[in-house]
Design a protein around this ligand. Structure first.
Ligand SMILES: *Cc1c(COP(=O)(O)O)cnc(C)c1O
Length: 376
């Protein structure tokens, strides 16, 4: 039987349709200038996104992963250094630590926001700890107040993984501006998505900003004269051009996501009040931007299959915490050691939340969930 309705997890075509002319014009301009790497388009984007975030420096890079890597390289992290990261995130958060030669120290999450547990961080700090990487998972702030205080007490750097959190705030301040570095991704499925890979590093101080800019171009201020070993972390001009168009719409898109989240809350209360489902919670002082709307559900895998077979896109972010990944077996963290992350991996499910979602689609999603549990 054909599903009654199709509700994709994300509908980029719906977002693109009303801005198509502006995007095509911006891309055409770049192609006409034949200036493809860095240059005026990237500089203009950096200035605009810095103003949007209230950041001192914003440096366009090649991806969110490279944003994390170049920030860690700017701090000269390497063998013998420890970097505390939550065990529950996208792979890059811990992968980049390993790539510098430093050791990722994996800590558990707190179950409400799925962000790193500040008490676990406190217990994990040693004399070798150089940095902490809080991830603002799904678009909501980690517990930055106590975390920044703890870090400064121990002389440890804070690198915010804000890949999912552009436009999210804590007590009115943009995420990515609270630590020494903020790292953003413009992967197409992020709230501000490029037409390919792109990312951004925000930095508080001039000295670190200069280092990141240097490392972005293989450590060479002057071409072919290398002061440091950096990488190719350059942002493409076409990406900057597309991002400049989309940045103008970001606040409206974010507000639409937030309205959709509230609408899910009303619909679940009305249609599925007895379903064994926990909805995401916006914690005090936070502006959640809902890069993902992640529920916890009983019999999660069966619910996921049911939703998909009824035309509803959904996804598990993330099914395997870092400490259970084969590539991190060398860290020696056994199964069961970080139970909240393991529980989240087994229970969480992301539902469609994109800005263009309409009420009928959301109602269908909730009805499909209610029907799943009713027949159980
Ligand atoms: C998307 C993402 C990244 C990596 O960004 P890319 O642009 O895909 O390299 C890093 N951390 C988190 C939490 C992410 O969601």
């Amino acid at each position: 039987m054909q599903p009654v309705m199709q509700v994709p997890l994300l509908d980029l075509a719906a977002q693109y349709a009303p801005i198509r002319d502006a995007v095509v014009e911006a891309v055409t301009h770049v192609v006409d200038t034949q200036k493809f790497i860095l240059g005026p388009e990237v500089e203009a984007f950096e200035a605009e996104v810095a103003a949007y975030l209230g950041a001192s420096h914003a440096i366009g890079v090649s991806s969110g992963t490279d944003a994390l890597l170049v920030a860690m390289m700017a701090l000269d992290l390497g063998p013998g250094d420890e970097v505390i990261v939550p065990t529950y995130s996208f792979f890059a958060t811990a992968g980049c630590v390993s790539r510098t030669g430093a050791t990722p120290v994996l800590v558990d999450i707190e179950p409400v926001s799925c962000n790193l547990d500040i008490d676990a961080v406190r217990r994990a700090i040693t004399s070798r700890t150089r940095a902490i990487v809080p991830v603002h998972l799904y678009g909501q702030a980690a517990d930055m107040g106590p975390l920044v205080a703890l870090a400064s007490e121990h002389g440890v750097e804070v690198i915010e993984d804000a890949a999912q959190a552009i436009g999210a705030t804590l007590d009115g301040q943009a995420l990515g501006t609270l630590g020494r570095f903020g790292c953003f991704s413009f992967y197409p499925s992020k709230n501000l998505g490029a037409a390919g890979d792109a990312g951004l590093v925000t930095v508080k101080d001039d000295e670190m900003a200069a280092r990141v800019r240097l490392l972005r171009v293989h450590g060479a201020q002057r071409t072919y004269h290398h002061e440091k070993v950096g990488g190719n972390f350059r942002m493409a001009a076409i990406q900057a051009a597309v991002l400049r168009v989309k940045l103008r719409h970001l606040e409206a898109w974010t507000e639409a996501r937030r309205r959709n989240a509230d609408r899910y809350r009303r619909l679940f209360a009305a249609i599925a009040p007895d379903s064994p489902v926990l909805l995401p919670v916006q914690l005090p002082g936070r502006r959640h931007i809902y890069n993902q709307f992640v529920i916890r559900a009983a019999r999660r895998d069966a619910l996921r299959d049911h939703l998909r077979s009824h035309g509803v896109g959904c996804e598990v972010y993330y099914p395997v915490p870092f400490h259970l990944q084969p590539c991190f077996a060398y860290l020696g963290v056994p199964a069961g050691a970080l139970p909240e992350a393991e529980r989240a991996a087994a229970e969480t499910l992301a539902l469609p939340i994109y800005s263009e979602l309409d009420e009928a689609q959301q109602q269908y999603v909730v009805e499909t969930i209610a029907a799943f549990y009713a027949k159980a």
